[in-house]
Structures are given as C-alpha cells and as structure tokens.
Design a protein around this ligand. Sequence first.
Ligand code: BT5
Length: 313
Amino acid sequence: MNETRRRVLDALADGPVTGPALADALDVSRAAVWKHVEALREEGFVVESTDDGYVLESVAEYGGLALEYGLDAPYEVEYHDAIGSTNDRARELAGEGASDVAVVAAEQTGGRGRLDREWTAPRGGVYVSVLVRPDVPPAQAPVFTLAAAVATANAAREVGVDAGIKWPNDVLVPTDDGDTRKLAGILTEMEGEADRVSWLVVGIGVNVDVSTAELPPDATSVTVEGGTADRRAFAQRVLEGFHVLTSGDPSDVLPAWRERALTLGQRVRVDTPGGVVEGVARDVEFPGALVVETDDGDVRVTAGDCEHLRSAE
Ligand code: BT5
C-alpha cells in the first residue's frame, strides 16, 4: 500500500483525528487526506466525520486495505476480486522487480496446484501468493513451503480447527475414522540464480468459509470443521506467521513443522520423480527432505506426492 494511506489508517486507528491535523502530521494536502478517507469508505470501512474529526467505526470485511489494516508483517497487499491465479500474478510482479507483496484474491478462476493440477478456489476461501526475495541459495526454497504450511496450520488451530501437515505441502484435518480431509494446499515457485534465489512465490489456498458441495472429494473447510469464518483475520495470521518463520534462521522452521506434522511415524508411499519410495517417515531434514526408513535403509526424499498408508496395509 501507498505509505501515506498506511499512515492515514494508523492515525485513524488511534482515535478521532481531524482532516487538517492529519494533513499536517503527514505533510500532505487536505485534499489528499480526503481522497484516502474516501478510498477507505469505498472499500467498506466506515469512517464517520464528527466534530472531533474522523472516527473509524468499522473495518471492511475483506479487501486490500482491510488486509493491510493492523497487519503485523511487511507485505504490501494487492487485492483482486477475481483473478486466474494469484501465483501467476505474483510471478508477473516478480518480473517487474517487485518484492514483499502479497497478492490476494476473493476467488480464482484458474487456481493451480502442483504438477499442473487444478486448485478449486470459490469465493469464501483465502487465496494468497507471497512474493519474497530471500537471501538464500535456491536449494533452501523448500523450507519456505514448510513455513507456509506451519503458518496455515497454526492459523487454523487458532480458530478451532485441529489441523496438521502432510509432507510437504498439505494442511489436513484428521477425521474420527483415521482418515484425513484437505483444508489447504501450498504451491511454491521460484527463479534462482547460481548461488541465491532471485524470487520466490509461495501460494497458499485455504478453504475457509466454503461448503463441501463447492469442493472436491476429501476436502474440508474451516466452517465445515466448526471454526470461525473470518477470511481477513485468517489471511493476516498466515502472513504474520509466515513472516516470523522466514525472517529468522531458516533451520528454525523445522522444529515448528515437526510439531504440526501428521506424516512423521506414519507408513508412507512417496511418488517421487525417481520412483516410488515406501516405508516409515522418520523425520524431516533441512531444508525439507523427508527421511523414509525403507527395507533397504533410509531414503531421503526431496520432492514428490506423499500418501499416508493405513497401518493395517
Ligand atoms: C496444492 O497442490 O495443494 C497446492 C495448491 C495451491 C493453491 C494456491 S491458491 C493461491 C495460489 N494461486 C494458485 O494458483 N495456487 C496457489 P497439490 O498438492 O498438487 O494438490 C492438488 C489437488 O488437491 C487436486 O488435484 C485436488 O485433488 C485437490 N484439491 C483441489 N482443490 C482443492 C481445494 N480447494 N481443497 C482441497 N483439495 C483440493
């Protein structure tokens, strides 16, 4: 967001403030202040004009400014009511040299999963792609996927949904009969130079206020699981969690991931580019490899589709 608009929002959050006082404090014209307040109103913020100045009565339910309001993470939000894929848009922004942008859409018409699979993205979900340029080697990109999964699982748990992570990128909710339902997925894409990442786009799709009728089989949503449906708060917690996890030592993501993992200790079958690996998932190693104990010893898997096998099998 435009820096002035962020400061107008901050000032409004602190209580009544007059247009002239705001203009003085921000060193902009009164007309500019009025324009920012109007933009907020247009997005659904209720800003009353009183004798004491502008009073912020309520924040818009969802939207770019609503997401930036009170967000404790350094991302500019680019919001779309509908878009093909937020990852595609974030990649486009990367090509233009942008960084620290979160592209958010209310719905996607061409949402993508991994390996060209489709991501169903009706209204009511949270679809966000974070564009960052971390100073790390390309080989460390997987840790950003793990961080996004942890941030998403934590946000779900905060609203009362018992979410865990299936390696590497699925956020699932266990069912009573020992099965799981998919709540969220993550698609990380990047461009790397020889020794460092040029850009990284981490796309996160979460079924928040969506009914099962609108989702593929074996999917669930926050509301279906009895959680609170607030897309704004959910998206903000995900962005904040992702920022905290990715701004320290990258290897610190691993303990947080292990704590939320559903895969560790399970019998798994992983379909990797090099063939199928079957065994017991023992651990995850930096920057994101799954260690599978097979009949022929430990195998480290860095990419693939992982299936949890029932212990009876
Ligand atoms: C993923 O792929 O799980 C990554 C999904 C990433 C989506 C986000 S939304 C924001 C950003 N913009 C994009 O265009 N993409 C990202 P994968 O592991 O390949 O899983 C895909 C499979 O999940 C599909 O083949 C379906 O079986 C299933 N699926 C599709 N839509 C789903 C949904 N809404 N909820 C649960 N499962 C779904």
